[in-house]
Ligand binder design. Structure first.
Ligand SMILES: *[C@@H]1O[C@H](CO)[C@@H](O)[C@H](O)[C@H]1NC(C)=O
Ligand SMILES: *[C@@H]1O[C@H](CO)[C@@H](O)[C@H](O)[C@H]1NC(C)=O
Ligand SMILES: *[C@@H]1O[C@H](CO)[C@@H](O)[C@H](O)[C@H]1NC(C)=O
Ligand SMILES: [Fe+2]
Length: 516
């Protein structure tokens, strides 16, 4: 694959090495349709699918709102009818007083506004948020296909928008259940086989259920880690207050307001065997940290290497209220200064801890990592991380939206990861970290805000970083100046820009799909 910029018009010219390959990059963003009422939080906007298609040297762009029930109800009434993460829908003024009274006492209905991520199950594309609802979508036309409800297949109240998959297509995800016995964390396995064309999540099973440290206060989590043989669940001190959750509609509170950070707790790492579905009796404790995204995880000589983007506290959920984001100048700086940044860290977990394992000494014999792990009792190991960066990362504001060469290196030893630097409240640089010497490569231009960097390998790649980085870049100071940026992943040199004459909002996650 060869990408280069046209000297005259700066359009992107793409020469495809292997004939007629079509390449589709789908990026998902958020947008608030015009209607009465407004959303409170960055995570609340109506899901919109964006697609850049590169074919025969041309880049085309299209977008479409997800036709979710939330979107349809909002559009019909021209007001917010469905509660989102940071916004609670107020009772409809057209209802009579009795209906209104009772609707206050219902639990907030989960939204199906799949605005967080795009993912594949059994070869089909789905969009998802963190509720029990997903939608199948057509990646070619961006049409909304059927709604799929996780809770009709497995007893969960929602799942993360960051599943993992094995090379054979088996998918793993996690979700909380809030049932009669109290809350549980559940690991879900979705088989790769499709029994017929209509098949969605058929065959999904709960592989393992883990009891929270406190049943009435399960943790919030956004993703989890997976190696070849294990899943690691990160139980962080970001707590969902279930008592408040049940009454939050009555109190006019949104979901994000029932999540709170308890700095007195430690973060607990749970190790689950993917084959047996058994959780290890040994738990790994660390100093409290908050995490949205894992970078990679792999096993090496009896250790589980866990790489994560970590915050010192759980405030990250609080700052993305739109009332904060609408600020400017010093007021916006103040919001930015009030929260911690995410930094990449490695934890090293010893997989085989027995009664004979000595206590109070560092068990990490891996010369490649300075992380430590010390057995405290037969069921407790305390871990201290290694920083996966040099001092220069502080000046780029840390790293979020991590991406790797997933298809070839997820669950395997690897050398490179990519992400956005956050010297601003939104990502304002693209970064590449080389784990051999923790050096950085940086792409940054004043006034431009690049989104999550998606790594696309060259079709004939022989090296881990042989390929390109795709990122949607916003230029808020100019009208309709959004572009798809293409970088050489090895050198971080710019190869080209495909300009799209639209204003796109700053989005979350995207995927790449190469189709023949
Ligand atoms: C979780 O799901 C169960 C079964 O579908 C439902 O009865 C319950 O209300 C849900 N709980 C919450 C907090 O949404
Ligand atoms: C669970 O959390 C609640 C609220 O913070 C607390 O009152 C209760 O003691 C906790 N239970 C346990 C077992 O720690
Ligand atoms: C934010 O922090 C920076 C760096 O510490 C400082 O220079 C700046 O004055 C702070 N701004 C506000 C408004 O707090
Ligand atoms: Fe995410």
């Amino acid at each position: 694959m060869l990408l280069k910029k046209c000297e005259a018009c700066s359009a992107l010219l793409i020469t495809l090495a292997k004939g007629e390959r079509t390449i589709v990059f789908i990026h998902q963003c958020q947008h608030v349709p015009s209607q009465q009422g407004s959303y409170n939080h960055w995570f609340d906007g109506m899901a919109m699918l964006h697609k850049f298609k590169m074919e025969k040297g041309q880049v085309t762009y299209m977008s479409r709102f997800l036709r979710s029930d939330a979107y349809k109800k909002n559009s019909e009434r021209d007001r917010i009818m469905v509660s989102e993460f940071g916004t609670v829908a107020m009772p409809d003024p057209c209802q009579n007083i009795f209906q209104r009274f009772f609707s206050h006492f219902e639990i907030i209905k989960p939204t199906d506004n799949g605005n967080v991520n795009l993912m594949k199950y059994k070869g089909d594309y789905y969009v998802s948020t963190e509720s029990n609802f997903m939608h199948r979508v057509n990646p070619e036309s961006l049409e909304t296909l059927e709604q799929v409800d996780w809770s009709t297949f497995v007893a969960v109240n929602g799942t993360t928008a960051h599943p993992h998959h094995d090379p054979d297509g088996t998918c793993f995800n996690m979700g909380n259940s809030y049932g009669g016995k109290g809350s549980m964390y559940n690991i879900i396995r979705v088989p790769p086989e499709k029994f017929n064309a209509e098949d969605t999540l058929q065959g999904a099973k709960i592989l393992c259920s883990i009891a929270p440290a406190n049943f009435s206060q399960p943790s919030y989590y956004h993703s989890f880690a997976m190696s070849e043989n294990y899943v690691v669940f990160i139980e962080q001190p970001s707590k969902i207050d279930l008592i408040k959750l049940v009454t939050c509609k009555m109190r006019g509170k949104a979901f994000c307001e029932v999540i709170y950070w308890d700095p007195n707790l430690e973060t607990i790492l749970h190790l689950i065997d993917k084959r047996t579905g058994k959780a290890s009796p040994v738990r790994y404790y660390t100093k409290a940290f908050f995490n949205f995204h894992q970078i990679n995880a792999f096993e090496e000589d009896g250790f589980f290497m866990l790489d994560l983007c970590c915050y010192g506290d759980g405030q990250a959920l609080d700052i993305y209220y739109l009332q904060n984001l609408r600020k400017s100048g010093e007021a916006l700086d103040e919001v930015y200064n009030s929260t911690s940044r995410a930094f990449p860290r490695r934890f090293v977990l010893p997989l085989h801890v027995t009664d004979d394992t000595p206590t109070d000494q560092n068990l990490n014999t891996r010369p490649s990592s300075t992380a430590t792990c010390v057995k405290k009792s037969n069921t407790k190991v305390f871990c201290q991380h290694e920083d996966l960066h040099g001092d220069d990362l502080y000046k780029y504001g840390g790293l979020e939206f991590p991406h790797i060469n997933y298809e070839r290196y997820n669950t395997r030893p690897y050398r490179y990861f990519y992400g956005c630097g956050f010297r601003h409240i939104f990502g304002d640089s693209l970064l590449k970290v080389d784990l051999n010497d923790k050096t950085l490569k940086v792409w940054h231009q004043k006034g431009l805000f690049p989104s999550e960097p998606v790594f696309v390998p060259s079709p004939d790649a022989t090296e881990e970083d042989h390929g390109v980085i795709l990122s949607v870049v916003l230029c808020p100071s100019q009208d309709k100046a959004t572009f798809l940026l293409v970088l050489n992943a090895k050198t971080f040199e710019e190869l080209g820009r495909a300009k799209v004459p639209v204003n796109m909002p700053y989005g979350l996650h995207g995927v790449f799909n190469a189709s023949a």
